[in-house]
Design a protein around this ligand. Structure first.
Ligand code: ZN
Length: 262
């Protein structure tokens, strides 16, 4: 089922994916078309190494729905060339709409994102202490930090949000214990929730038509980060038991979405 708001389809944003992956090159245009038809309006396509940055850039040039992101993924740090950083910088400068990602928890790429005022997608697994130290030293990221496939502790959420973090949830979140997952969601401001497929490595295997609204869970409501204090609840047309909040700009805030067919 597709979420409907005010008689129209709720636009979805895949906040983190790797559609440039050679494993899906043969069917990528078809996947993109199918996802757009299912309601996904934008895709943040994250580069992983110097080898795929040009492919990502070309995708951004070809498809207006693709937001290119350039970054050195932690798995590929060992294979970087001596000139990787200047190459990364020039790719970002050449595409003003590009974001930084996917990056490890190290200062260099975070600093580049902060200097260029671009959003940065961070791959953080068991490095939250280091990330906290770096953020304390560097200060806020006004363009935003995307905590890719967030699975960290609930206690870190408010601290990370203070520095500009958004929390992107993938199918992997469904493997977290329910009570722990609820505690995490309770801490996340409503206007800082993102959804991602992490395609093609998504878990579980899903397609955008598997995203659906669930009835509001009052126990899982949070108050937002402070700038949506005027938000009002509105029933979604045709779905009287569901509620969607709007921010001050009138845009719907994704309140609670889950992934079906798990
Ligand atoms: Zn990724």
């Amino acid at each position: 089922m597709q979420a409907m708001v005010g008689g129209g389809r709720l636009p979805l944003f895949d906040a983190h994916c790797h559609l440039q992956d050679p494993r899906i090159a043969h069917c990528m245009p078809h996947l993109l078309t199918a996802a757009v038809e299912a309601g996904v309006r934008w895709f943040a396509v994250n580069g992983t190494s110097e080898q795929d940055w040009d492919v990502v850039r070309k995708m951004g040039d070809t498809y207006p729905t693709v937001i290119p992101c350039f970054g050195l993924h932690p798995w590929y740090v060992a294979n970087r060339s001596p000139s990787w950083f200047s190459t990364l910088q020039s790719k970002l400068e050449a595409v003003p709409t590009a974001a930084v990602g996917e990056v490890e928890v190290l200062k260099k790429q975070l600093q580049l994102a902060q200097t260029l005022q671009r959003p940065v997608a961070v791959h953080c697994v068991n490095a939250f202490g280091s990330l906290q130290d770096i953020l304390q030293e560097m200060g806020t990221f006004p363009a935003g930090i995307i905590m890719h496939s967030y699975s960290g502790p609930a206690e870190m959420v408010r601290m990370l949000a203070k520095y500009g973090a958004y929390f992107s949830f993938s199918g992997f979140f469904t493997s977290m214990k329910v009570e722990k997952a609820k505690q995490v969601l309770l801490q996340v401001p409503l206007d800082r929730i993102l959804l991602e497929t992490d395609a093609p490595d998504a878990f579980p295997r899903l397609d955008p038509s598997n995203l659906y609204w669930v009835p509001e869970d009052h126990a899982s409501s949070s108050k937002g980060s402070g700038d949506n204090s005027n938000a009002e609840d509105h029933a979604i047309e045709g779905l009287p038991n569901l509620n969607v909040q709007h921010n001050q700009a009138g845009a719907p805030i994704i309140h609670l979405v889950t992934i079906g067919n798990v």
